[in-house]
Design a protein around this ligand. Sequence first.
Ligand SMILES: Cc1cc2nc3c(=O)[nH]c(=O)nc-3n(C[C@H](O)[C@H](O)[C@H](O)COP(=O)(O)OP(=O)(O)OC[C@H]3O[C@@H](n4cnc5c(N)ncnc54)[C@H](O)[C@@H]3O)c2cc1C
Length: 442
Amino acid sequence: MPVTIVGGGLAGCEAAWQLLRRGHRVRLLEMRPSVETGAHDGDGLAQLVCSNSLKGKGLSSAHGCLKAEATVLGSLLLEVAGEVSIPAGGALAVERAAFSAAVEERLLKAGVELVREELTEFPAFPVVIASGPLTSPALMKSLVKELGAERLFFHDATAPVFTTESLDLKRVFAAGRHGQAADYLNVGLNKEEYLRFREQLINLPRARVHGVEEELADNNFAVFEGCLPIEVLAERSEDALRYGPLRPIGLRTPAGENFYAVLQLRAEDSTRTRYNLVGCQTRLTPLAQRALFRSLPGLEQAEFVRYGRMHRNSYLNGYQLLNPTLELRGQRGIFVAGQLSGAEGYTEAIATGLLAGLNLDRRLRGLDPLTPPAVSLLGALTRTIAGKGLLHKSGVPAPVNVNFGLLPPLNGPKVKKKKERKEAYSQRSQAAMHVFRYGINN
Ligand SMILES: Cc1cc2nc3c(=O)[nH]c(=O)nc-3n(C[C@H](O)[C@H](O)[C@H](O)COP(=O)(O)OP(=O)(O)OC[C@H]3O[C@@H](n4cnc5c(N)ncnc54)[C@H](O)[C@@H]3O)c2cc1C
């Protein structure tokens, strides 16, 4: 019986791969290009819609630990990400077009049936629903109706991208944080420049998107703390930006000059023809973005390849609907993965897609789906989204990013140094994941 995967994004592609390599016939439904999401660009599979970074790679970072877990389980997307990676200090950044093309090629070679079609009705067993934060309204409506589910959402924005030739490379400086390789371009600001930047952020006009103003005012869970638009951050306090995306710590010019605040630019591709502004997701109007970013030293002539833009991110109430195996409660063989499940972030989408694929394979072999170990970040993530783990103050479950705080404490003597403690969490999770890999495949 062919398996259906709804959505050719990060989670859907990873789930498709896991099922293909276990011998299943896979139909992958992707609605683009006939139905657009507003954030994806064209019809490529596995697109990174905003940043081109999958975050940290080292085992002292939670995202590095989750990547290592997914690698133990045989993730295709992380393997491809490694192949098309570009230098970005401690982060795994990729050339997004090459990443998307390589994933698509691998899936087609493995025999996926790629169907360019929007699913509008609730799907039948066996299926992984991975239609993402921008699930089409028709499908969302069916899911909500069929599942009696609450549809949750928050608002998120993308960050602008500039051409390299339009940047003044004499004024921006190449450097990595804490002496790491000089993979980033940096815009250093003194206090006066920083305060002016913040003032503009607060006062410049924001794009009006139909319905968004009302939702931001009504919905008490309007924005996600994990990726706040910079104008929202600027409003919080004078220093919020300096403790966030404009953090100056560990960044200095080759001559040793320090700054009050620093904006970082990350290359979009290995030829470095375009750069994105790290952590600067915004919904200012395009005109306001031009005024704001061109007021920065070195960006006076910046040409925008893409402007930041606001999007509504939808997800389902996992606490109401999901098992930690990612199977819908009471719906055998129907799995939800990616951001629709309540897991937030690229790596989280890949890892949950992987788990949904592995567990659907188990269902099809007459076995019960499994939950990854509680000491692994994947296990902690799915337990959190399916449990009462993270409730927003409004009472609804918040989307979940991985972090070491989701894990049970370490046994044994206290590891004092933070970095070593994090590595110890990672080592414990790797050991557990090797055992889990054996169990889930048998
Ligand atoms: C604007 C925006 C910016 C983001 N920026 C970041 C970031 O910088 N870093 C980060 O870690 N995370 C970011 N995220 C969050 C999240 O990690 C990404 O959205 C990620 O791509 C989610 O993976 P996914 O597989 O769940 O969904 P997607 O990758 O979006 O894949 C879902 C796919 O399903 C398709 N689809 C939707 N409805 C249907 C339907 N009815 N029938 C058929 N196909 C359908 C879509 O076209 C899409 O290709 C961002 C999200 C948004 C919306």
